[in-house]
Design a protein around this ligand. Structure first.
Ligand SMILES: *[C@@H]1O[C@H](CO)[C@@H](O)[C@H](O)[C@H]1NC(C)=O
Ligand SMILES: *[C@@H]1O[C@H](CO)[C@@H](O)[C@H](O)[C@H]1NC(C)=O
Ligand SMILES: *[C@@H]1O[C@H](CO)[C@@H](O)[C@H](O)[C@H]1NC(C)=O
Ligand SMILES: *[C@@H]1O[C@H](CO)[C@@H](O)[C@H](O)[C@H]1NC(C)=O
Length: 463
């Protein structure tokens, strides 16, 4: 009886909280849209995988900007020369279409790799600035992966594999504009006083993507030439938040019109590879690439173009310490294989997160983001404030002591090292009124489970 009543009350509460989420209606203006609470899963996830894969993965000689660099308003000489040397004179970008076969694409293999990486979400380029769609778009006749090239719904197959095999959230990147689309160019020559392109292409296509694949991230891009009013961005977002099939869980970035970066959206991206090094109060994301010079796959890359695992973890840790999420980009090749160098980095990250994940997932920034004395130390805190995590980027070669300037210790302070089988690590109070000195002389590096970016877990510490 008591149990039944309690259960009834519980159900009623659930129902009410459900209503309060769904009842909230947003009006198509930033003042209203900006009041939307960030769906919790996004902040807790911390790490996602970004995929730049499209028709540009076929020529692949510079980056995903190849077509523009070849035939845009300021052609890059080396690319023009490369095309002249290696292709017939009448070759067009569209001729690459049939060469895109994705013949080795196994989305299950991708899904398993992403799960092993420790990332919690995936963002695939559904369409980049070239306009080629990775799904059978109703609004992109003869310029999508079902009609030209692989003859396959590449996007839908990845969504299914991710959802069948992993707990990762599925998200989509979408470029609002298209370099050479004549309808877009017509609006552009009208100084964006007409909206033929958003009305016949962008908005219906975005809606089709969301209704068909239910992405829980809409990562917009290619917004910068026109204002949000041209893109009908606020109208679209009000529909997304009020009525779409992902209205309660979806998150979007800040790229919805020129001059909006770092101003609106569930999370800010500001610039590519944004990583300010200090706390940003509004949720933000650092999208960066393991190949430091391109987002898409390039056979032209050399080994030094790829981030080492140490560089990658530094990027991840500094981002999360300052309130960001890390979106780690890899470029699959035209066959649909993720090259081994990317596989290795992602699996290394996963092995690191196996040991250090409690200092990453669902944490929050601490009072100090980086240490006041030690430039190689960054912090996070557990949600309940019980633990502070200190990430050490470089293990000292010439000392058995690690000095931390920020923590205020007490007699109850306990220091442990994640991935070590020792119960605790000795420490003493630093000279001065704060800080601790950790004594690592007894730690055998070769016995630690983690080889890079070590995490000290501090209990009973204040800032
Ligand atoms: C995903 O699961 C569904 C239902 O079990 C199945 O029909 C489908 O073939 C699976 N897709 C993949 C890509 O494994
Ligand atoms: C284009 O429109 C903007 C306002 O949206 C205006 O500032 C600018 O002067 C216009 N340019 C031309 C060439 O008409
Ligand atoms: C764009 O917004 C305008 C103004 O609210 C509206 O009249 C129009 O129908 C919208 N277009 C689309 C395609 O949503
Ligand atoms: C780290 O913290 C100090 C203050 O203690 C600050 O001066 C410095 O700019 C911070 N950021 C980085 C990236 O080191």
């Amino acid at each position: 009886m008591y149990y039944c009543m309690a259960k009834l009350i519980f159900v009623a509460l659930l129902f009410c909280s459900f209503l309060s989420v769904s009842e909230q209606q947003y009006t198509p203006d930033w003042t209203s849209l900006d009041t939307r609470p960030l769906p919790r899963w996004y902040d807790e996830s911390k790490i996602g995988i970004f995929l730049h894969w499209g028709l540009y993965s076929v020529p692949a000689i510079s980056s995903e900007w190849m077509w523009w660099n070849w035939q845009g308003t300021n052609p890059v000489e080396s690319i023009v020369a490369y095309m002249e040397k290696n292709y017939p004179p009448d070759w067009t970008y569209a001729n690459f279409g049939p060469q895109f076969r994705a013949d080795l694409y196994d989305p299950n293999e991708w899904a398993d790799l992403f799960a092993a990486s420790g990332a919690k979400y995936v963002v695939l380029t559904s369409k980049h600035h070239e306009g080629y769609a990775m799904w059978p778009s109703t609004f992109n006749f003869n310029w999508n992966s079902m009609h030209v090239g692989p003859k396959r719904d590449l996007l839908g197959d990845l969504a299914a594999a991710i959802r069948n095999r992993t707990n990762l959230v599925f998200g989509l990147y979408y470029s609002l504009f298209e370099w050479f689309n004549p309808v877009y160019l017509q609006d552009k020559s009208n100084n964006f006083t007409t909206q033929y392109f958003p009305e016949t292409k962008t908005l219906p296509e975005l809606r089709e993507l969301i209704e068909t694949y239910k992405p829980e991230i809409v990562w917009s891009d290619g917004e910068w030439e026109a204002r949000d009013t041209y893109w009908n961005a606020t109208q679209f977002l009000a529909w997304l938040y009020n009525e779409s099939p992902v209205k309660d869980t979806v998150v979007v970035n800040d790229r919805w019109g020129s001059e909006l970066l770092c101003k609106h959206g569930d999370f800010y991206t500001c610039l590519d590879r944004f990583n300010p090094g200090y706390l940003i109060e509004h949720k933000w994301e650092n999208a960066f690439t393991i190949d430091k010079r391109a987002w898409a796959y390039r056979p032209t890359a050399n080994i030094e173009d790829y981030m080492t695992i140490e560089e990658l973890l530094k990027e991840v840790v500094t981002t999360i310490s300052t309130g960001g999420n890390a979106l780690v980009n890899v470029g699959p090749n035209m066959h649909g294989k993720i090259p081994p160098i990317f596989q290795e980095r992602l699996r290394q990250m996963g092995s690191w997160l196996q040991v250090n994940g409690e200092a990453i997932y669902a944490t929050k920034p601490w009072e100090y983001q980086n240490d006041t004395i030690n430039p190689n130390v960054w912090y996070t805190s557990s949600q309940d404030n019980r633990f502070v995590y200190a990430f050490l980027l470089i293990w000292p070669k010439d000392s058995n002591e690690i000095i931390l300037g920020a923590p205020l210790s007490s007699s109850r302070t306990i220091v442990t090292l994640l991935g070590s089988n020792a119960d605790s690590v000795p420490w003493r109070v630093a000279s001065g009124d704060r800080g601790i000195v950790i004594d690592v002389s007894a730690i055998k590096l070769h016995l630690l489970q983690s080889e890079w970016t070590w995490t000290f877990k501090l209990e009973n510490i204040s800032g």
